[in-house]
Design a protein around this ligand. Structure first.
Ligand SMILES: Nc1ncnc2c1ncn2[C@@H]1O[C@H](COP(=O)(O)OP(=O)(O)O)[C@@H](O)[C@H]1O
Ligand SMILES: [Mg+2]
Length: 163
C-alpha cells in the first residue's frame, strides 16, 4: 500500500478488495461515537467493501452487506450500546428526501455514521467529517483520497499510519 500524506489529505492505493477492507479495519479500530465518514465514488468503486472493514475494526457483531435497497443499516457493538450506521443515499434525490427520512437524527455523539453517496445530502452533513473518495484505477487497483474536515477527522486520518 502506497501512502502519501500532505496536510489534511492522504492518498492511498490498494490493489485488492482485501487490502481495502484491511484499511477500513485499521481506521475502524479508531472510530468512536460522533464520527462521520463520507464515502464517494462510482458504483463498484469499493465503498461497501471499505465499510465492511470499518465495521469489523470498530467491533460490530454483524457483518455488513450492501444497504442499497434499505437506505440505513444499523450494527451493534460487541460490547456496549454504541451504534454503527451504514447509510446509502444512492436512491435519495436530495436533502429534502433526507429530512423526510430523518437521516440527520443519526448524527449523534453515540453513533458512528458511514455514508455512501454523501454528495446527495451535502446540506445535512455535519461540518466535521472524514471524506474518502475511491477511484477505480482498473483491474483491482483503487485510489483512496482521504480528506479531513475538522480536528477529530484529522486525528482519524493520522491514526492510519500510527497503527
Ligand atoms: N482494491 C479493491 N478495493 C475494493 N473493491 C475492489 C478492489 N478491487 C476490486 N474490487 C471489487 O470492486 C467491487 C466493489 O464493490 P462495492 O464495495 O460494493 O462497491 P460500491 O459500494 O462502491 O458500489 C467488488 O466487487 C470488489 O470485489
Ligand atoms: Mg455500495
Amino acid at each position: 500500500m502506497d501512502v502519501n500524506v500532505e496536510h489534511s489529505d492522504a492518498v492511498l492505493v490498494t490493489n485488492t478488495p482485501s487490502e481495502t477492507e484491511h484499511l477500513g479495519e485499521l481506521l475502524g479500530a479508531h472510530l468512536r461515537g460522533g464520527d462521520v465518514l463520507c464515502l464517494s465514488g462510482t458504483l463498484g468503486a469499493g465503498k461497501t467493501c471499505l465499510v465492511r472493514g470499518l465495521a469489523r475494526g470498530w467491533g460490530a457483531i454483524e457483518h455488513p452487506t450492501s444497504p442499497t435497497f434499505t437506505l440505513i443499516n444499523e450494527y451493534r457493538h460487541s460490547k456496549g450500546s454504541q451504534r454503527f450506521y451504514h447509510v446509502d443515499c444512492y436512491r435519495l434525490s436530495g436533502a429534502a428526501d433526507a429530512w423526510t427520512t430523518g437521516l440527520e437524527e443519526l448524527f449523534d455523539p453515540a453513533n458512528v455514521v458511514t455514508i455512501e453517496w454523501p454528495e446527495r445530502i451535502l446540506e445535512i452533513l455535519p461540518a466535521e467529517h472524514l471524506w474518502v473518495d475511491i477511484r477505480d484505477l482498473g483491474d483491482t487497483s483503487r485510489e483512496l483520497t482521504l480528506a479531513a474536515s475538522g480536528h477529530r477527522a484529522l486525528d482519524l486520518l493520522r491514526s492510519i499510519w500510527q497503527g
